[in-house]
Design a protein around this ligand. Structure first.
Ligand SMILES: O=P(O)(O)O[C@@H]1C[C@H](O)[C@@H](CO)O1
Length: 293
């Protein structure tokens, strides 16, 4: 379930076939790919001149099974920059292999994408964060990856990247700086944070003991995605930028009547998607004007 079958699927060719299929059907040549987190599909609404491809029509593409993940690629222009939005990501807990979870990222690379922007819904462990805050991801802890469930497990194809890639500078420093400057210009600085995201396997939310453990480890926000996509993006040379929307506080004390559920996560995502949308749009515009990419 977790990694690519070692019998050497012609993986590069499979990704290329999917990329060629898309390129022959869209006039856009995206330099940016944006992955929409849970309930954040509407981030794609600001795209001009849209072309939409349902996952079910795209060769080799997995299917979304989670509520709040529509299941389509949307190509278009954001401030005159060609982009592709993934409305609906794939999670390990859905039973997808990590090869399938990260397949779109490699397709993006073969489409000519240079920068990957990941978004997600996450629970906060940091005491200072509030529901509705946006966290610029500084770094991540890939718990499944540390335990051997890594998207790069299996035979390595050097055409994508090296066997042992460095991950010490994964979330692009210039883009993070740009985003934090932008948050001041947009008047967002009181709800924009910078911190460490941790991926857990899910699909259950954390126990109190698990939450306390993650908190002790210095993790600011926890979710069930992102790390595999980011590891694969870094492996194949994409610039990476990430935003977590804080949809809930993770309970660290026993005896509370509050409990998180996916509906509450989607409710906050829906409320804050507009702000996130403006943030991403302005960031892409700035990357243009500052020649950061
Ligand atoms: O796709 P993301 O990481 O935004 O989704 C989060 C994690 C789970 O899939 C879900 C829990 O509500 O939201």
């Amino acid at each position: 379930v977790f990694s690519r079958d070692v019998s050497c699927i012609p993986y590069y060719e499979e990704c290329q076939k999917t990329a060629d299929w898309l390129l022959s059907r869209t006039k856009h040549k995206p330099k940016f790919a944006i992955i929409c987190g849970s309930g954040l599909g509407m981030l794609a609404e600001t795209l001009q001149d849209q072309e939409v491809f349902k996952y079910s029509d795209i060769p080799n593409f997995p299917q979304s099974t989670v509520q709040g993940h529509v299941g389509q690629l949307v190509f278009g222009e954001l401030k005159r920059k060609a982009c592709v939005y993934m409305q609906g990501r794939f999670h390990m807990y859905e039973g997808h292999s990590l090869y399938k979870v990260t397949f779109p990222v490699r397709v993006f690379k073969q489409l000519g994408v240079e920068t990957l922007i990941v978004t997600n819904a996450a629970g906060s462990l940091a005491d200072s964060y509030k529901v509705g805050d946006i966290m610029v991801i500084k770094d991540h802890v890939n718990f499944p990856g540390l335990a051997g469930y890594n998207a790069l497990s299996g035979p390595n194809d050097e055409r994508f990247g090296p066997r042992f890639p460095s991950m010490s500078d994964t979330y692009d420093k210039d883009l993070r700086g740009l985003a934090l400057d932008l948050s001041i210009k947009l008047g967002y600085s009181h709800f924009v944070q910078e911190g460490v995201y941790c991926m857990v396997g899910g699909p259950n939310f954390e126990t109190i003991a698990e939450a306390r453990l993650l908190h002790k480890l210095g993790i600011d926000a926890v979710g069930m995605s992102t790390a595999p996509e980011v590891v694969v993006a870094k492996h194949c040379g994409l610039k990476v930028f990430g935003l977590s929307l804080i949809t809930n506080q993770v309970l660290k004390e026993y005896g509370s009547n509050e409990a998180v559920n996916h509906e509450k996560v989607l409710e906050i995502s829906k409320k804050r998607a507009g702000i996130l949308q403006d943030f991403v749009t302005e960031l892409v515009a700035q990357i243009n004007s500052n020649n950061t990419n």
